[in-house]
Ligand binder design. Structure first.
Ligand code: ATR
Length: 276
């Protein structure tokens, strides 16, 4: 019987996940379909019950449901529970089990860029949901030092103190962060600053970024934010948000099928979708 997968969210029409996963099902000869489902906040519980009753094999979860869905699942993986967000659900013998592949996907994308991740000092800019997934996953992966800069210092302090994994960490104000950027070999931009239509904005002055650094921005619209362009001018290696999107999808696909898919093909699929 054909297996059913999907993604629930609001809005959902422009999700790039259906094209990416359906292409992989074709590639690996798997008899399955992946559909977008528009689910408003008020319909979340009914939608999850319906998906379970229909026997879906798995689904992704996007804005605004990543946190609220936890209350409606049968089981939640410990990392996803610590992060407080689920983006992937797998039907395991009739039980819906929640996972987070956003943070681990981000780390896997970085590992493709640098073999020496563990020895790098990292600075994360931002302290929202995306930052939390990335910070916890990097800490779990054993990155030794992860500092945090956020406009609202208190939110950064809360994030650091709620991490269940051992990691050295300092919360920095803007001035200190800008002055000490050259101490980091990994800088990760997780805020919405620089996203269309606000493409001229910078989260921090990039002046002190060095060429030994990997600078990653989770934004993919535009493909190169001003922050990445400036980092590139300094000789740093850069990575945009397509990487995180592709690798969260790759880990979800692996959870569902046992196959770690062709990430280059996925990236090409996403770039076609973005018109790049
Ligand atoms: P997400 O789930 O995408 O991470 P979020 O949880 O709303 O989104 O978090 C947004 C992050 O971007 C926060 O770190 C936020 O900073 P504050 O905690 O100070 O609000 C940051 N952010 C968004 N717009 C910003 C701006 N104009 N200047 C500075 N930081 C901004």
């Amino acid at each position: 019987m054909k297996k059913l997968f999907g993604v629930i969210g609001d809005p959902i029409a422009h999700s790039m996940s259906p094209a990416m996963h359906n292409d992989l099902f074709d590639l690996y000869g798997i008899n399955a379909a992946y559909l977008p489902f528009h689910v408003s906040r008020g319909n979340l519980e009914a939608a999850v019950k319906g998906l379970k009753a229909l026997g879906v094999s798995g689904f992704n979860v996007t804005i605004p449901h990543k946190t609220d869905i936890i209350a409606h699942l049968d089981k939640v993986d410990p990392l996803a529970r610590a992060i407080g967000a689920v983006n992937t659900v797998k039907n395991e013998n009739g039980l819906l089990v929640g996972y987070n592949t956003d943070g681990p996907g981000f780390v896997k994308g970085l590992e493709y860029m640098a073999a020496d991740l563990g020895s790098r000092s990292a600075l994360i800019i931002g302290a929202g949901g995306a930052s939390r997934a990335i910070y916890f996953s990097m800490a779990q992966a054993g990155i030794g030092r992860i500092d945090l800069y956020n406009r609202t210092i208190q939110k950064a302090e809360e994030l650091v103190s709620s991490c269940p994994f051992k990691v050295e960490s300092k919360v920095l104000g803007q001035e200190t962060a800008e002055k000490t950027l050259d101490e980091y070999q990994l800088i990760i931009q997780t805020t919405s600053i620089g996203m269309v239509p606000d493409t001229e904005s910078l989260p921090l002055s990039p002046e002190k970024i060095t060429q030994d650094t990997i600078v990653s921005d989770i934004i993919y619209n535009p493909l190169q934010t001003k922050f990445l362009k400036e980092a590139s001018k300094k000789g740093a290696a850069i990575q945009n948000g397509v990487g995180m999107f592709v690798f969260q999808g790759a880990l979800a696909f692996e959870l569902w099928t046992g196959i770690f898919p062709d990430v280059e093909r996925m990236e090409a699929n996403v770039l076609r979708n973005l018109g790049g």
